[in-house]
Each structure stands twice: as C-alpha cells, then as structure tokens.
Design a protein around this ligand. Sequence first.
Ligand code: URP
Ligand code: ZN
Ligand code: ZN
Length: 472
Amino acid sequence: MTTLIRGGTVVSTTGRTKADVLIDGERIVALVAPGDTSLGADLAGSAEVVIEAEGKYVIPGGVDGHTHMEMPFGGTQASDTFETGTRAAAWGGTTTIVDFVVQKTGERVQDSLATWHDKAAGDCAIDYGFHQILGGVDEDSLKAMDELVGEGITSFKLFMAYPGVFYSDDGQILRAMQRASDNGSLIMMHAENGTAIDVLVAQALARGETDPIDHGRTRPWETEEEATHRAIMLARIAGAPLYIVHMSAKQAVATLAAARGEGLNVFGETCPQYLYLSLEEQLGAPGFEGAKWVCSTPLRSRAEGHQDEIWRHLRTGDLSVVSTDHCPFCMKEQKELGLGDFSKIPNGIGSVEHRLDLLYQGVVDGKISLERWVELCSTTPARMFGLYGRKGVIAPGADADVVVYDPHGHTSIGVGKTHHMNMDYSAWEGFEIEGKVDTVLSRGSVVISDGDYHGTKGHGKFLRRELCQNLI
Ligand code: URP
Ligand code: ZN
Ligand code: ZN
C-alpha cells in the first residue's frame, strides 16, 4: 500500500519545509519538494491513499518515554490497560510509548519482564518498548541488567523515594550505575528523598493534616533538589549517564543545569502537569478534589515560579524531554482510597492523550518554537531511548509514524469532549488548545482521521531499543 501526504509543511528539529511525504507499506520512502517530478510526474495519481495536508504541519509521531499502563501501585492498579492507553495515546498523536516493567522486591527481573510482555503483546494500538524498574538491586538483578540490554531493554529506573516499595539506597544506586556504565545502559532516576518525606508525612498526619494539598507540602522542593544532587554525584562517581524523570522543582532543574554545564551526561525530563498545574490551584482544590492531581514529584507552587522556570529550561535545553508519566487512576474507588489520609491516594495523573496538544499550546503562547515542540515530543525521546532513525524523524527509511497537525483546528479537552483514557475524570478538564491532531499514522496505517479511530488492537509491536543515542 502506498500513501502520499500531500501539500503539508514538514517540521523537524532543524526547520520546516513544504514537502509531500511518500510512504510505501510501513516505511517512509521519500520527501518530495513541490515541483520535483524526479519520482514520476503524478505521485498523487499513483498512490493508493492520498492525505491532504495543505495548511497543516506534518510531524514525526509522538514518542512518550514515560507511561505506566496497568501498573500495580498504591494498593490498586493504573486504570488504563495497554489497549485503552495506547488507543488514547494515538488519539493525541503519540505513536510510540516506552512503558515501565515493575520488578517487585524479591521477584526475578526476567520474570517481571515476561509478565509485562504478556500484558502488552497483542493489545497495543501503537508500538511500544519497555524500561525496567529495579525494585531490588542485588547480584541477580545486576546480572539481569546485562541480559536485558541484549533484549532491547536499555534503560533502568531506580527510586530514591517510596521506602519499602521501590526504594534503593545509595549503595544500591551506585552499584546499578556502575553496571550501567559497563553495559552502556541508561539509569533513570526518581529523585526525591523518600526517607525524609516519610518523616514529614508521618508528622503531618499526626497533626491532622490529611488533605491532598498536604501531599505536596510534605514533599518540599528541598527533597527533590537534594536527591537530584545526590543522584548526579553518584552518577559522576560511577561514570554513568543519568536521566532524571518527572522534574518539577526549579531548584532541582538548576542543579541539573549546573551539572550539564560541567559537561556531565545528565538529562532531565518534565511533564505537562509541571508546566501548567500548581499546588495552589489544583492540589489545593476544595474538599477531596485535589486528589485528582496527586502525583510525585508533586505539583509545585505557582507563587514560587516553578512553572515559568520549567518552561525556560525547556528553551535552554537543560530539560531534554517532555513525557507524560501517564499513571491514571479513577476518583471512584482508586483516588478515594486516600479519603482522610493523603498518603493513601494513589500517585499519578493521566495525560497520554494530551501531551502533543498541551505542548503545542506552548508554541502558540510563544514559550517554545515549533521545531522545539517536535524535538521535545518526538525526536529527543526517540534518541534518548535508542529508537531514533526508526522513530522521531520524517525521513526515508523511518517508520511511517506521522501526525498531520492542524494549526487552524481547535481542541477542547475534557470528559465527553476529547477523552479516551480509561479514567472517570480529566486532569485537564477545560483546557482549550489552539490546534488539533488531524490525522495519525502508525507504521503506515491510518489510526486517526476525520475525527474517528481506525486503529486495531495488536497492531502495535514491541520495539527492541538500541542504547541511548544522546551520549557524547
Ligand atoms: O506519581 C507518579 N509519578 N506515579 C507514577 C510512578 C512514578 O513514580 O513515576
Ligand atoms: Zn517516578
Ligand atoms: Zn512514572
């Protein structure tokens, strides 16, 4: 099957150009400038499917490098399955996710990976890869790291938070980093001082401070900055690259920026919630409403200016990637577990459907350029997680994961409007976007067009990833 995307403006990290995109089967085969007849005079006449993109942007499909489908967490399980979550992702122009396999303490890493392969295989609408969470660093899991790299799992997440659940101590972290330094993999870090947070949480609860906003107050910026600094120092000792996930505190990002200034291979990720939402407005919503936005790291104070600084660091390049950390829970029976005790609210926000739109609004608002939008949402995550060439770029040979984005369209986010995630609320209710995902292709197949879903369960394939392609 041949497909021609005709008349659009192809946007890459380095610029924009008018070109038709020719697809043969699952791959892009050519970009054809207007008037270029070298491939034959009538490309449109010979293509089996023609997608009109005049006045629209043609961009590489979004790569969301941080999702948690079906993740067991906080006494329950993330409410999107691989089927519902990848379908919602496709609606929003994301054509690749990298999800997290969870190794519970005591479990063999390889067994946890087999479980996640079972969960995802045959269910996904778009392509997917895995990172591995190491819930327990010991001789076996260190050996497993080498094995997994050979199977295309080239990044490992460690937690400085959640003692008794996922927490690793500094010695364990250092050992895993040393292993990563040897086998070339990437350590991803949840950087919050979990043992200090547990003290603050217990003290707050003892004082009767039980509301959702107290989740944020007991995870102050110092706990993120301190852990960020410690993680960077440990990575420096190990000579390992480091990727810090879901950064929200401006002080932590400043620490990251300083380390990058010294030439260290350290990278930062943020998420749409840290750009738009705040401790005062969302976490502090009346009654139990704030539970909708309980996630870690927490939303930060707007009065302290974290959101503006996160936007600024997206421009400076010190933050490299915007992922969603999609970890959805319904209010009913899930977030409600924390009624009367914020520490029991499952941590997570659902956004996999809205990342491209929310970041595009940043283009409209003059916060980032069009090219930086593509870089943050697609090209850099593809590079960071060893997928570039296949994903993250519109070029001959790449997978035909393509989004036609309409800058004259409009998207109203909310339940009953655009909401395909398996959640009983939207963390983004009422957000208005001056742009719209028009058409989405995954490996040459049209998944979204004319406001309809045309994808199929099981179309998405597992991606064996290369090592990080961002390292010097
Ligand atoms: O609140 C969050 N971030 N939930 C997902 C798990 C994690 O730490 O990424
Ligand atoms: Zn985390
Ligand atoms: Zn996460």
